[in-house]
Design a protein around this ligand. Structure first.
Ligand SMILES: C[S@@+](CC[C@H](N)C(=O)[O-])C[C@H]1O[C@@H](n2cnc3c(N)ncnc32)[C@H](O)[C@@H]1O
Length: 242
């Protein structure tokens, strides 16, 4: 195997899997996103680091160029880690990279990661399900919230917790859609920015205040009764290192 599609976890490098840390320590090349940058500290000294991430306002390397780079690196016979924030198969375009490698006949493995969708809320003291409060959790992307890809009425009707990733720019429209679909405007919301990292920020408000709230990317936006909880014992995960 030459290419490993590896989840870097939500930000705190301590939340990498043991396998991810082992592969990073052995890799010749690490191709990483912006949100996976902290974990590159675990790469072997001397490993080549390739940043294909998008800086705010900057240009990201186009996905087909990343796919092509992974295929070329894989064919070179070097040990390649493709490091992606959170879990590589949750809104990470890891599936597209796996397909490109498979089509090119390049052997690869997938290493799941701790997703920010659950870890960022946990780092703010919020369990995404909680007996008596929420029996379901829906993880949705807010990216292109208006393009019809997500049935927001169905999301609202489900009645559990909603975790929105990539939803900062569209948060007002999403809140309007959820309220129009019957969600209580007073539903608690927590926006967790840079969850699990030392610079983590948590903003809490009501659903009908979300559009005007000063939320910045990257944030996981939690909508539902659980968002009012703050089980401080869980937060912040970064502090567990002492
Ligand atoms: C392209 S998606 C990738 C998600 C990733 N595959 C995962 O499982 O966490 C990027 C979005 O994930 C969320 N995100 C990633 N890391 C985060 C963190 N540490 N805190 C809060 N949100 C985070 C943000 O919503 C961000 O816009």
């Amino acid at each position: 195997v030459t290419v490993h599609l590896v989840g870097a976890g939500p930000g705190d490098p301590d939340l990498l899997t043991v396998r991810a840390a082992r592969l990073l320590a052995a890799a010749d090349v690490v191709v990483h996103d912006r949100l996976a940058a902290l974990a590159t500290a675990l790469a072997r000294p001397g490993a080549e680091l390739v940043d294909v991430g998008k800086a705010p306002g900057g240009r990201a390397v186009p996905q087909d160029a990343i796919d092509g780079l992974l295929v070329d690196l894989g064919r070179s016979g070097r040990e390649v880690v493709r490091l992606k924030g959170g879990d590589p198969f949750l809104f990470g375009r890891g599936g597209e990279e796996a397909l490109a490698l498979a089509r090119a006949g390049v052997p690869f493995t997938v290493v799941p990661g701790v997703t920010s969708a659950f870890a960022a809320p946990a780092a703010a003291g919020i369990p995404v399900t909680h007996r008596g409060l929420s029996a379901a959790v829906t993880v949705v992307t807010g990216h292109r919230a208006g393009d019809g890809a997500t049935d927001w009425d169905a999301v609202a009707r489900l009645g559990g917790t909603v975790v929105v990733l990539m939803g900062v720019a569209t948060r007002g429209a999403i809140a309007d859609r959820l309220v129009a679909a019957g969600m209580d405007p007073a539903t608690p919301v927590a926006a967790v920015r840079w969850g699990t990292r030392p610079d983590q920020e948590v903003l809490r408000c009501r659903l009908d205040e979300l559009g005007a709230a000063p939320v910045e990317a990257p944030s996981a936006i939690v909508v539902g009764a659980v968002a009012a909880l703050d089980l401080g014992a869980l937060a912040p995960l970064a502090a567990a290192r002492g």
